[in-house]
Design a protein. Structure first.
Length: 218
């Protein structure tokens, strides 16, 4: 915070005992009813500002927010978590506070979601990150891991910025299927550029498969 950076971190009772001791009985509460398109959900927020992160006079003060989500009809809990942040939680009105809390919770959940999905993609969707860590005795494993991360970075940028890549990913669906098609094409033909490879694949999808030209041996 002193360096001008903000944060949103998960806050658990076993790792942030001082925070949980401090917020007992002094949190404010806001309840919100939402419809997610399928069912009605009740969002219950408990929050407080200026909680000490640890014991001691010079402890960093953080803002604490806890959210519990339940189904309105069944009362079943579908989500629960708590976060600490440097961002202010209270607005001038309850509506403004609710908006701020929604943003903080969504950002906190997204951070966790991004970490999990990225790690899962690198391990299971064709990058073989764990497998590559087992190669070499000195620098090879680090080189392969770095190349994996760079490939994932460029593929992510292509998904956001390249319409041809977006089209092909949509057609082939699974990331591994798409990569396998690229691998097969590169075995049989050299391409001048990545763009020319994308063009070739798109043009191929436009052409009907010439069934009548196939001749099978008897």
């Amino acid at each position: 915070m002193n360096k001008g950076f903000n944060f949103i971190f998960v806050c658990k009772p076993d790792s942030h005992k001082t925070v949980y001791e401090w917020v007992k009985g002094i949190t404010k509460e806001i309840i919100e009813d939402r419809f997610d398109g399928k069912k009605h959900l009740i969002y219950k927020y408990r929050f407080v500002e200026g909680a000490p992160l640890k014991d001691g006079k010079e402890s960093l003060l953080v803002n604490f927010v806890e959210v519990t989500v339940t189904e309105r009809k069944s009362g079943k809990q579908v989500y629960h978590n708590a976060f600490i942040t440097s961002h202010a939680l209270e607005g001038v009105t309850e509506k403004e506070s609710r908006t701020i809390l929604n943003i903080i919770i969504d950002c906190g959940r997204s951070r966790w979601k991004i970490e999990n999905e990225n790690n899962n993609t690198l391990k299971t969707q064709g990058y073989h990150l764990e497998h590559n860590f087992g190669h070499g005795t000195k620098y090879l494993a680090k080189v392969l891991a770095t190349m994996n991360l760079l490939a994932f970075l460029f593929h992510t940028l292509l998904e956001f910025m390249n319409e041809k890549y977006q089209l092909l990913r949509k057609v082939f669906g699974a990331r591994k299927t798409f990569f396998n098609h690229i691998r097969t094409l590169l075995v049989f033909h050299p391409y001048k550029s990545f763009a020319s490879l994308m063009d070739f694949m798109i043009e191929g999808l436009k052409k009907p498969f010439p069934i009548e030209e196939l001749h099978y041996p008897l």
